[in-house]
Ligand binder design. Structure first.
Ligand SMILES: [Zn+2]
Length: 490
């Protein structure tokens, strides 16, 4: 721990400021009794909280910029580093494994490279941070005064329509997945392109998409509905046996963005028992900012500038130019619009707390993934200002602790408990699931053996036309399909 950091810690802990230090006295004078002013209530609440943020895009910086969390970053370049984490008293961060659709053909590879970059940071800074995979892990890291790093996949296309990859990502430590990013994938619609007639939509989710939700429930991977279309949202809630989260979404009632959540959706989240983690991005929390920054002419001009950059700086290996490389252009562009006041962000937290309930709201900053933040919030170091604003609005200590992380911890524990129950149920029943059959097919079990097992154990599903097509695509013999239908009829 550096001297500077120790000093900052000491000051934060004692609530003292330099101005409050007694003037230095002469050597001979007897030391006057130092009266420690009591820490102000806001500092006391903030410093005692387990603070969890569920969305930051820093892994791209680790991977594409070779950024190290130990580097103290100017806020114009990055929102998160270890010093700022300490200043903001952030306890846990879900680092986003965001797979840009440009990586077509290499989605899972890109995801794995980003995952590796998070582990590398944890390994390098093991004295100050640790990987975490459960609510207990987060709590333990907090007790040890270590920053907990977790991971969530952003964009269901990362699993390449393969349930086995979903399970592999869980094994690698991924603990949530947004069913879509801004792009509709082969099994779930996104809010990002729902108006685009050129995109093939599914009216929400396909059967496979619903199976993905079920498998996530069984694994204990949190279903994240940020970015999805309204139809996908409601279907996910119908299918999911666990509470879901919106890892970084704000209110559509206050800011008319299709990616934000309507009041009806917020109420559905209450019934589901989930939690809405409010996004800090200026265009999602301030109607005025959203309106001026969505001027089509200005957007066209930005997109042209980004496209020109990409054309002028192609990668020799043909891999896509990443968001990080053009972020400076986007930030400069965004800076032409005045930042909204902090009040706009607090209004969103307040609104979600009122409509969904105080037990269903949290923080999902989108740090390192957005080009504009409200005034006063330059980085993760400014989190105490949110506590202060909530306190000034009359939120109690208990309520603030829920918003800062308590609500998310509850949901994570519930997701873990449901997974345990579902796994136990699966063991009790011998019947094969569709995933079991797919796994055997993937493992090249012969048709004769497959039919044997199907007859012996039975199956726990009706073969849908879509599942039939999937097995056909895997060149599964018709006799196997017949066997499934027959045992099911028995
Ligand atoms: Zn996002």
């Amino acid at each position: 721990m550096s001297l500077k950091r120790s000093l900052v810690c000491l000051l934060l802990l004692s609530g003292l400021t330099f101005a409050q230090h007694p003037a230095p006295h002469k050597k001979t004078a007897r030391a006057a009794p130092v009266t420690r002013p009591k820490a102000d209530p806001v500092t006391a609440i903030h410093q005692s909280a387990l603070i969890i943020d569920t969305h930051a895009d820093t892994p791209q910086r680790f991977l594409d910029e070779n950024f190290d969390l130990d580097q103290n970053t100017p806020v114009t370049e990055g929102h998160i580093d270890l010093d700022k984490i300490k200043q903001g008293n952030l306890g846990a961060e879900f680092f986003s494994i965001w797979v840009e659709p440009e990586f077509k053909g290499h989605y899972s590879q890109r995801a794995m490279d980003l995952i590796d970059s998070v582990y590398q940071q944890a390994a390098r800074h093991h004295d100050r941070m640790t990987m975490a995979f459960s609510a207990d892990d987060i709590a333990r890291a907090h007790d040890q005064h270590k920053f907990a790093a977790l991971m969530g996949i952003e964009g269901g296309h990362a699993i390449e329509n393969d349930m086995r990859l979903l399970r592999d990502f869980y094994r690698m430590g991924v603990r949530y997945m947004t069913l879509t990013w801004s792009n509709t994938n082969d099994w779930a619609d996104s809010s990002g392109d729902i108006q685009d007639p050129n995109v093939k939509h599914h009216n929400g989710m396909t059967d496979f998409g619903k199976d993905v939700v079920r498998e996530m429930n069984r694994l204990g991977m949190i279903v994240d509905i940020s970015h999805v279309s309204d139809a996908t949202f409601y279907q996910a809630l119908l299918v999911s046996q666990s509470p879901v989260i919106a890892s970084h979404s704000s209110s559509r009632e206050l800011t008319n963005q299709p990616r934000n959540m309507t009041d009806d959706m917020l109420r559905a989240m209450t019934n589901n028992g989930g939690v809405v983690m409010v996004n800090f991005y200026s265009a999602f929390i301030d109607e005025n900012y959203r309106r001026v920054s969505s001027d089509p002419e200005k957007i066209k001009q930005r997109d042209a500038e980004v496209a020109a950059y990409k054309k002028a700086h192609p990668h020799p290996d043909g891999s896509p130019v990443t968001y990080d490389e053009t972020a400076a252009i986007e930030k400069k562009w965004a800076a032409q619009f005045p930042r909204p006041p902090l009040k706009s962000l607090i209004d969103h937290i307040d609104h979600v707390a009122k409509i969904a309930g105080i037990d269903h709201v949290g923080l999902g900053s989108d740090f390192d993934g957005v080009t504009s933040l409200p005034e006063g919030i330059d980085s993760v170091a400014d989190l105490p200002k949110i506590t202060q604003a909530l306190y000034q609005r009359g939120y109690t200590r208990e309520q603030i602790l829920k918003i800062l992380g308590g609500n998310f911890m509850r949901v994570m524990r519930e997701v873990e408990a449901t997974a345990k129950r579902l796994q136990a149920e699966r063991k009790e029943s011998d019947a094969l699931s569709f995933e079991d059959i797919e796994l055997m097919v993937g493992n090249r079990v012969s048709p004769a053996q497959l039919i044997d097992r199907i007859r012996q154990h039975g199956v726990n599903f009706e073969l849908t036309p879509e599942q039939r097509t999937r097995l056909k695509n895997e060149k599964v013999d018709d006799s196997v399909l017949d066997a499934i239908v027959k045992v099911r009829k028995k």
